[in-house]
Design a protein around this ligand. Structure first.
Ligand SMILES: NC(=O)c1ccc[n+]([C@@H]2O[C@H](COP(=O)([O-])OP(=O)(O)OC[C@H]3O[C@@H](n4cnc5c(N)ncnc54)[C@H](O)[C@@H]3O)[C@@H](O)[C@H]2O)c1
Length: 343
């Protein structure tokens, strides 16, 4: 089948990473790069033999573009996303889908009205270790899922004080800009809608909120979320712990490259759900430690997740295959983030 034309809007730090991932995909062709920073748009477009634009409205007249990957800062997603959908182009919106639920609903309705597809770039949905965690949970092999815990110690120190991330009018704050990933992932793993029970936040001396915490429940599963954007690139660390009746599952790093399961079951019950290299070893109290990991490392796993998300959209356009992440999931996770922000 002919490659589908794609445009990147917002050629910033993550946009550049996405372009590298898209360029390696035969199913799509990078046709255009748009950024208000003309030099950046030109440089990126030149690198990928694409057309440079500094204005979204002009780009949307380009008939060679069928998919727009929207990688601008969050406060622009609603307005720009609506323009993309109204122009009859499919939209891969970077998270968050919007800053408000009303805007997210408008995006979903506009996609439907214009018969185009809308997805949110929730990379964890395409990460093989999150996939294993979800499959283990849904299979019931480890029994009831009782508790989910996130400790996300992120490299906020590498974001300058004037970065849009610290300005809630632009980012929506930590829950909306970043927490949505984990609200969506926990909803997926639990197979239940979530509810925020309590939340709190902590400010730095300059007034910026750099740490947030929440208690939640997903059906009968208890959950705890902590995000601290107060670490450096060298000290950042993320751990997700899932507690089941018959075992403990740990995902390490915010783009996981491994999964560990400690269980009373034999390894043969667990390994069919795992991807990557697998090793098992005895653990105390007659339990077994099973570890699966990606020897290729974080950058490759991250890139493959971005490609898998794009491929899912391409397949959906070509065959009508159901999208793993629809606008509704973008809205549901955003609703939890808004609740955590306002609790
Ligand atoms: N899914 C993920 O894993 C992931 C990871 C990182 C970032 N993100 C998301 O990607 C988005 C971008 O983040 P980033 O870190 O690359 O930000 P960034 O600030 O590095 O890049 C944003 C780019 O958008 C451009 N821009 C601003 N206004 C514009 C406009 N009106 N039209 C066109 N371009 C415009 C800027 O010039 C800049 O180049 C955010 O929504 C962020 O949450 C997602």
């Amino acid at each position: 089948m002919e490659a589908i034309g794609i445009a990147l809007v917002g050629a910033g730090a993550f946009g550049e990473f996405c372009l590298r991932a898209f360029d390696a995909m035969p199913e799509i062709r990078i046709q255009a790069v748009c950024d208000v920073d003309a030099a950046r748009a030109e440089a990126m477009a030149h690198q990928y033999h694409a057309q440079a634009y500094t204005d979204l409205a002009t780009l949307l007249h380009d008939p060679s573009v069928q998919i727009v990957a929207l990688n601008t800062p969050p406060h622009l997603h609603a307005e720009q996303g609506l323009a993309v959908l109204k122009a009859g182009k499919h939209l891969v919106c970077e998270k968050p889908l919007a800053l408000t639920c009303a805007d997210a609903e408008a995006l979903i309705e506009t996609a439907a009205a214009n018969h185009v597809l809308l997805t949110v770039d929730y990379v964890m949905r395409y990460n093989p270790f999150w996939q294993a965690a979800a499959d283990l949970s849904h299979s019931g092999v480890l029994g009831q899922l009782r508790h989910m815990d996130l400790s996300n110690h992120a490299a906020g120190l590498s974001l300058p004080a004037n970065h849009w991330f610290w300005d809630k009018t632009k980012s929506g704050g930590i829950w909306i800009e970043h927490g949505v990933h984990f609200f969506d992932a926990f909803t997926w793993v639990a197979g239940e809608r979530g509810e925020i029970l309590a939340s709190s936040s902590y400010r730095r001396p300059d007034g910026a909120t750099d740490r947030v915490e929440a208690l939640a429940q997903f059906g009968t599963t208890a959950a705890h979320f902590y995000h601290g954007f107060d670490q450096s690139g060298q000290t950042e660390q993320t751990t997700v712990r899932l507690t089941f009746e018959k075992g403990y599952v740990t995902l390490r790093e915010w783009v996981p490259t491994s999964i560990e399961i400690v269980t009373t079951l034999s390894a043969g019950h667990i390994t069919p759900y795992l991807h990557g290299e697998i090793e098992t070893s005895p653990y105390h109290n007659n339990r077994t430690l099973i570890r699966a990991y990606a020897p290729q490392g974080k950058s490759a796993v991250y890139q493959q997740s971005i490609q898998a998300a794009m491929l899912a959209l391409v397949r959906s356009i070509q065959t009508g295959q159901v999208l793993p992440v629809s606008g509704q999931q973008g809205l549901d996770s955003l609703a939890l983030a808004v609740a955590a922000e306002n609790e």
